[in-house]
Each structure stands twice: as structure tokens, then as C-alpha cells.
Design a protein around this ligand. Structure first.
Ligand code: NAP
Ligand code: MG
Length: 468
């Protein structure tokens, strides 16, 4: 694969600029590739191509669009090895982890979107009118590095199925895997301009795209700060905006909960992907009287998680994406100690020559007002917070600017009541399993809109009412 071009208007083209962005493997700190640093000319060309392609693509019979997206899914499946390889290299994951957590579930999810589209009522008769659901036009998808394949497919697949044309701007830290997507698009033979891959820095081409007057919808996943900036800009000319942002999600262990199940769910979510998962339950709320018992179990179970070099064995925890993230997370860990929290497990990370490794860290005696309990750390760091009674647990859980997800563990009759009172877009209760075909998104500063399920599809459709 050549990484010196971008895929625009159905062709691999050189960037108009002459500058490059280096892509680093965070497990080794080795520069593995360089990709073009796109500029305004590239942005204008991509938007023009997507705009010109829209008329035909939106009027292409649904069955045809579906069969092209199905063919794209097949082409991606055939490229599983390459997709896995680039996630391993640019994100620093072990092979089986990259394959099973980053690739397979998202390829499978393409069929879910296809099935939903087949069943979807694009026209609906009402009393003296009917409603038509129509695509918006040019969709810009700006995606983060933490799930470099899955965050992309969750946007481009429903956008294409519903008849929009797409410009994908992946994170500059993980662009390589998206070249394989563009290669698959090219193989299928989508009409030119229907899918475009624009490579560059978020603060540059991402910013230009969110301002561009011929863009109709911006779908963004990333940090709350960047989301607010992009959303504000996009709103200046009334673009549709969807935002999937950060979180500081609580897991509540209620009296009578199965503690082993609760800790398995919590720790899996916190250590998964070296803590770089937006829905991680990073605040563990425990009854005051069970504090010691639960702390002991957390330490025991934390030791069972595999940490280390992803190139030698299966690892759930390894390097974080970049020096910037390494420094960020390290300063949060120091901050936690300064704020008076107790470091129950782990240590202040030390930079080493090989990679940006951060092992699991557990704080206890955390107060919810502390910085480590309020801000998203995006590393494998857990905060244990005690509560007196159920009402206080709910209050602490909701005392955050975020509202992405939550875990509630306890007796059946209580979990429902508590789950209903949590201000978050997703709640996992007891043995409940996450499902990619269900709507996903945040309350409060965690976002606007949903991905996944029928609700996710509908974000890419606008409503026309026709009176007859
Ligand atoms: P980020 O810095 O906000 O970047 C996300 C994307 O936005 C990247 O493509 C980035 O490009 C681009 N970008 C950054 N600044 C921009 C700007 N001023 N204008 C336009 N585009 C800009 O976030 P991140 O560090 O990659 O990802 C971590 C964050 O994402 C965490 O807060 C996490 O919770 C959140 N996240 C949320 C979800 C969810 O579904 N709710 C899922 C995953 C991650 P460059 O990378 O090229 O700079
Ligand atoms: Mg508009």
C-alpha cells in the first residue's frame, strides 16, 4: 500500500501541498509511514467532488446502494489481515486484540446497518400528508484514533446507505487503516466522489471542513473541547451536527450486587484498549461499609489483566497513542496524588525508550470533586469513591458534566430504578451486554445525536413533509 496520496473523486491523488505527517507506532516509537498533510486546495477539491456526486448517488435506487455497501463489506472482510495489521502498528495493539476488538465487530455491524436500511420506511403515509426521509448531502466524518476502524465505519456506512456522499477525515495519528477502506471502496467501484479520504491535521483540514459552506452535515467523534469548537463553527451556516464526545462514566455497586460481575464489567471497560475507550467506567462507586472488601478485590483482579509489549503476546493494556497522551495521563496521576487520593495500585508512569506504556492505576479515597474524578483521563486509571446510601450514589454518579455511559450492579428490583435515574445515554446493568446495533451516544457534554441502530441511521436523514 502506498500512503503518499489521498483518495478523492474516485482517484488516488497527490496532495496539493508538499508537507507530510509522520505516523508513529506507539509500542516502539518507530516512524512507520508518512502521509500527506492536506491543505485548503485538497479540502475544496474533496468537497466539490462530494457535492457533484450527491445528485446521482442520492437518486440511485436503494437496492443498488445497498448492494454496493454490501460489496464494500465483503471487500473489507477480504482485507481483514491488512486492517488488523495497521491497527496493530498505528495504535500499538496485539494482533488478536486488534482483530477481535477493533475489526471483526465493526465489519459484522455493516450487515446490521444494511438490514436496518432494507426495513426502513423512507416514505410514510399520514392523514393528509406523507413524510419522506431524504439524505442531507455532503457528510464530513471526523474520527478519533482510539478505534481507528470502528469509529469510521459507524459513520460512513449509514451515511452512504442513506444516499449521502462522504468525506472522511481520520485522526492524523491513525490514518493508515483508512487507506485500506479507500482501497476497498475503489475496488467496489462506487461512483467517483461518493467517498473521499482526506488526510491531514484536525486543526487544519478538520477545521476547514467544518467551516466549508458546501458541507451539509458534520459527524464528529472525539474530545468535548474539539467537538464544541467544530460544532460551533458548523452551526454558523446551519449544518447538521452530531457529536460523540468524552465521558467520565460511573459504575455503581449497590448493596446485594454480585461484586465479581460488577468488577469484571468495570475493569474490562477501564483497562480495555489501555483505557482509551470513551465509555469506560472510570468512577467506581461503592458502599462505604464494603470499601475494604472491594478494594482488595479490585487489586486482585487488576493483576489479572495483561500489560506489556503488544508485539509479543495478547495484551489488553500496553502503550497509549502518543507522547502527548502519555504526558497528559501521567500528569493526571500526579494530580491525583497531590489532591490527596490514595494510590492503591500502580505507579507514576516512567517514560522509557521503547514506547508510551502506561500500566493500570487505581486510586481510592477519591472525592467526586477532585480533578481525577471530574476530567476524562483517557488512560487505564480507575477512581474508587464511596457513598452512604443509594440516593447519594445516584447524586455522585450524575455529578459530572458528562453523560455517556454508566454501569449499575445490584438486585434486579433496584437496578432498574437506579438506571432510570442516571443521566447518561447508555446504561449497562448486571450481566447486560453491549450491542453495536443499539443506539449509542451521550447526554450533557458527552454529545448530540446517536450512532447505531435505527436512531443512528436517522441522523443522516432529514424530514420532508408533503401535503396532498
Ligand atoms: P480529538 O483531539 O478531539 O480528535 C478527534 C478528531 O478531531 C481527530 O480526527 C482530530 O484530528 C480532529 N480534530 C481535533 N481538533 C480539531 C479541530 N480544531 N477542528 C477539526 N477537527 C479537529 O480527540 P482524540 O484525542 O482523537 O480522541 C479522544 C477523545 O475522543 C476522548 O475525549 C474520547 O472520549 C472521545 N471519544 C468519544 C467517543 C464517543 O463515541 N462518544 C468515541 C471515541 C472517542 P487530528 O487527530 O488529526 O488532530
Ligand atoms: Mg446548511
Amino acid at each position: 500500500m502506498n500512503f503518499d496520496k489521498m483518495y478523492i473523486n474516485g482517484e488516488w491523488i497527490k496532495s496539493d501541498g508538499k508537507e507530510w505527517i509522520e505516523v508513529e507506532n506507539p509500542a516502539t516509537k518507530k516512524i512507520i509511514e508518512k502521509v500527506p498533510r492536506g491543505n485548503q486546495e485538497d479540502v475544496d477539491f474533496a468537497v466539490k467532488s462530494a457535492k457533484e456526486a450527491f445528485e446521482n448517488w442520492s437518486n440511485t435506487p436503494l437496492e443498488e446502494r445497498i448492494s454496493m455497501v454490501k460489496a464494500l463489506g465483503d471487500e473489507l472482510k477480504a482485507r481483514t489481515k491488512d486492517l488488523t495489521r495497521y491497527v496493530m502498528e498505528e495504535l500499538g495493539r496485539s494482533e488478536d486484540y486488534a482483530l477481535n476488538s477493533h475489526i471483526i465487530p465493526y465489519i459484522d455491524n455493516i450487515d446490521d446497518y444494511i438490514n436496518l436500511t432494507k426495513e426502513y420506511e423512507f416514505e410514510k403515509e399520514e392523514s393528509n400528508y406523507y413524510i419522506r426521509k431524504e439524505p442531507y448531502g455532503v457528510v464530513v466524518a471526523i474520527t478519533p484514533w482510539n478505534y481507528p476502524f470502528g469509529q469510521v465505519t459507524k459513520k460512513i456506512i449509514p451515511a452512504l446507505l442513506t444516499g449521502n456522499t462522504v468525506i472522511l477525515k481520520p485522526s492524523q495519528y491513525t490514518p493508515l487503516v483508512t487507506y485500506i477502506i479507500a482501497e476497498a471502496v475503489d475496488k467496489v467501484g462506487f461512483p467517483k466522489g461518493v467517498f473521499n479520504l482526506l488526510i491531514g491535521r484536525g486543526s487544519e483540514v478538520g477545521d476547514m471542513l467544518s467551516k466549508h459552506q458546501d458541507v451539509d452535515l458534520v459527524t464528529f467523534t472525539g474530545s468535548t473541547s474539539a467537538g464544541i469548537k467544530i460544532g460551533t463553527q458548523a452551526m454558523k451556516d446551519v449544518k447538521k451536527v452530531t457529536l460523540e464526545l468524552g465521558g467520565k462514566s460511573p459504575a455503581i455497586i449497590l448493596k446485594g450486587a454480585d461484586i465479581d460481575i460488577a468488577l469484571k464489567k468495570t475493569l474490562d471497560s477501564v483497562y480495555n484498549n489501555t483505557g482509551q475507550t470513551c465509555i469506560a467506567f472510570t468512577r467506581l462507586l461503592v458502599p462505604q461499609e464494603d470499601k475494604e472488601t472491594i478494594e482488595k478485590k479490585v487489586v486482585e483482579k487488576t493483576k489479572e489483566y495483561s500489560f506489556g509489549d503488544p508485539q509479543t503476546a495478547y495484551r489488553m493494556i500496553g502503550p497509549v497513542i502518543s507522547k502527548r497522551q502519555f504526558d497528559n495521563i501521567t500528569s493526571y496521576i500526579k494530580k491525583g496524588i497531590e489532591e490527596g487520593a490514595t494510590l492503591l495500585f500502580g505507579e507514576i508512569p516512567e517514560s522509557d525508550k521503547t514506547g508510551y506504556y502506561i500500566g493500570p492505576v487505581v486510586f481510592t479515597d477519591v472525592k467526586n470533586h477532585m480533578t481525577i474524578a471530574q476530567e476524562e483521563i483517557f488512560g487505564p486509571v480507575l477512581c474508587i469513591i464511596t457513598y452512604k446510601d443509594k440516593e447519594e450514589a445516584i447524586k455522585i454518579a450524575n455529578d459530572t458534566i458528562f453523560g455517556l455511559s454508566a454501569g449499575v450492579f445490584g438486585l434486579e428490583k433496584e437496578v432498574k430504578e437506579v438506571a432510570n435515574k442516571i443521566k447518561a445515554g447508555i446504561v449497562v446493568t448486571n450481566t447486560g451486554e453491549f450491542n453495536h446495533n443499539a443506539p449509542f451516544g451521550g447526554y450533557k457534554h458527552s454529545g448530540i445525536g446517536r450512532e447505531g441502530g435505527k436512531e443512528g441511521l436517522e441522523e443522516f436523514l432529514q424530514i420532508k413533509t408533503i401535503f396532498k
